[in-house]
Design a protein. Sequence first.
Length: 479
Amino acid sequence: MGNEFERKQRIAVVGGGPGGYDAAIAGAQLGGDVTLVEQVGVGGSAVLTDVVPSKTLIAVAEATNAIGEAADLGVQFFSRSETTGRPVRPEVAVNLTAVNKRLLGLARQQSEDMRASLIRAGVKIVQGHGRLDGPDSVIVSTAAGPDGTDFDQIDADTIVVSVGASPRILSSAVPDGERIFTWTQLYSLTAIPEHLIVVGSGVTGAEFASAYTALGSKVTLISSRDQVLPGEDADAAAVIENVFKRNGMTVLSKSRADSVERTADGVVATLSDGTTVEGSHCLMAVGSIPNTKGIGLESAGVQLSESGHIRVNRVARTSAPNIYAAGDCTTFLPLASVASMQGRTAMFHAMGDAVNPTELRNVASNIFTQPQIATVGWTQRQIEEGIAQGDIYKLPLSSNPRAKMMGIKDGFVKLFARTGSGTVIGGVVVAPNASELIFPIALAVEHRLTVDQVSRAFTVYPSLSGSISDAARAMHIVL
């Protein structure tokens, strides 16, 4: 009996993305015997084919855009003609082969760094495809055996499923990795697409449409809704759509692509009204599906939603008491930061440590368009519909002195404060570095600070963050 109680808790983590990685690290730190199963590489698709490479590409697009806009600040680029000796304006060229080589190298390095961290923490890593064999066992299939398949069985007291999601594939627009792509396949391109058709105006579609426009592609964005980014703050989406169009992008609103097919030297998208759009390449950004099929979840007692996502509560626990789930395969927000938090929370709960249930309303998120859109907390739509009671204040960035110095023309800071108390309940930032600027608002939401408390904190002058303080000051609550 004594030896049984002294045995370490056995933890099996299926999937090595952000959720699985953080679960494994936390479980090992808390004294568990942790085995991580990953088929492709530590970091999962988030590191290898999604977040890390896409945001690296977007960083290149931002640098390209900055060069193009430098003339507005009085900075001009010239070289000398070898024949006349007179200055000529050079063209900004993007070597996409070099860019893709660098970003995939960064992704691999990040994966290796994460793998090294797991090993240092004492986590055992098994490469292969994992599936549940009941509620307390994981079967791992690999290609190591003499017949091409080998199996390992991992017995576990606690299982964490973090298998992620994959791009949705439409039978009428099947990606081939040459002319028609999912967002995981774009990094095989060797040259900037002459005319990129993007199907889908959600976060992924908008980010890549923005990036490739800056990189020099002609871009046509096909949106089935009235406005791009239909799930986001309406004011923010309007700013982004205006910037898109000003930069030369064609936005086809209320349009649905029924099919996309290859032509002799490109692609053609056929819309539901019969019209066609011809381009050189097409990106299909029509959502994702969870990788939950055929991995033994139902037989282990794990409930799934109609869409195939794993139902979890705020501590990442499934309907099976000893099975947890994290990341894009769950019914929570499909964000890497949320996956990581779910992974840690799952381990804290399973190992009996102190745990704070995840509050999705406090999650800060960002869309890496140019400019970026960052949000946290309650939304303006929820306030206007009476779901939350709050006051709204919007401050254009054009009034900010630092924005003027930097030549920033588009964007704003918007705060939502509880009516009466002035407690900050949400906010939106549209700015070049919104992903950084949202943090003080997220702190205010998390710790229930009032607008007066936010306004009393010093900001640097001049700074973009000063607009947050100015907005809070404008919402001063008189007691």
